[in-house]
Design a binder for this molecule. Structure first.
Ligand code: HEC
Ligand code: HEC
Length: 179
């Protein structure tokens, strides 16, 4: 049986939807395997930021996006943890769009002070260590969680080896627990 004209118009609508979807996905996450000549596309996909107060003002939209992705992963959150919804707009993924330049979420302000703190740790302390090659990042403390895990060193299994007795003590030397 030949497909009816109704069916084929459904098929072409589907095809059109697929093409549009593919195009919008590509626009969101531009990936050029050669890694070159991305600039024009990046400027389209990631508009230059307009409301930076702590990050270097000259960074491109793409550089900013990369930083945001890192923060998001380091804290184990989504963009919406710090950025407020734009109720009027829905993104291509069906989720509400976010008003990135808006400062109404308190978490965004916390993130700004965390950034200044992290930069301060690196500039004033870490970079002054001889041979230091490991700057502090959000992930150094956060490890994928919005609230860093408390760390209790006394809860660790490994105990310090027993202290050797003074020379005039005749009792046998204590044996290490794990020779
Ligand atoms: C932990 C909080 C936090 C998370 C999570 C976060 N952002 Fe941000 N974002 C900020 C802060 C803070 C600024 C402003 C930086 C400044 O003032 O220099 C900002 C700025 C921006 C801007 C620039 C807006 C403008 O025009 O000034 C964009 C775009 C942006 N973020 C996108 C994202 C995206 C996309 C994600 C998710 C992948 C994300 N952000 C996740 C805190 C966050
Ligand atoms: C030196 C360790 C350290 C570094 C580095 C660090 N943070 Fe934090 N951050 C903390 C601690 C500790 C808290 C408080 C957690 C709590 O009270 O539960 C916190 C809290 C936060 C909060 C608030 C969480 C909440 O639930 O209210 C945000 C947002 C945040 N940090 C973002 C960042 C970002 C973004 C960076 C990197 C630019 C960063 N932090 C770097 C230690 C750090």
């Amino acid at each position: 049986m030949k497909p009816s004209s109704g069916l084929s118009s459904v098929a072409s609508a589907l095809l059109a939807a697929l093409v549009t979807f593919g195009a919008s996905t590509a626009a969101q996450t531009p990936k050029d395997p050669s890694g070159e000549n991305n600039t024009a596309r990046d400027q389209q996909s990631y508009p230059a930021p307009t409301n930076l107060k702590v990050l270097p003002k000259q960074i491109t939209g793409k550089q900013l996006h990369d930083i945001m992705e890192k923060w998001t992963l380091s804290l184990g959150v989504e963009c919406g943890a710090c950025h407020t919804n734009d109720p009027g707009h829905v993104g291509p993924d069906g989720k509400p769009s976010l008003k990135f330049a808006d400062d109404s979420k308190p978490m965004k302000e916390v993130a700004r002070s965390m950034y200044i703190m992290t930069e301060g740790i690196n500039t004033n302390y870490i970079s002054k260590l001889e041979g230091s090659g490991m700057p502090t990042t959000c992930g150094t403390c956060h490890r994928g969680r919005i609230s860093p895990e408390p760390y209790d060193p006394t809860a660790q299994q490994t105990k310090c080896p027993p202290v050797a007795p003074p020379p005039d003590d005749n009792s046998p030397a204590p044996q290490p627990a794990n020779p």
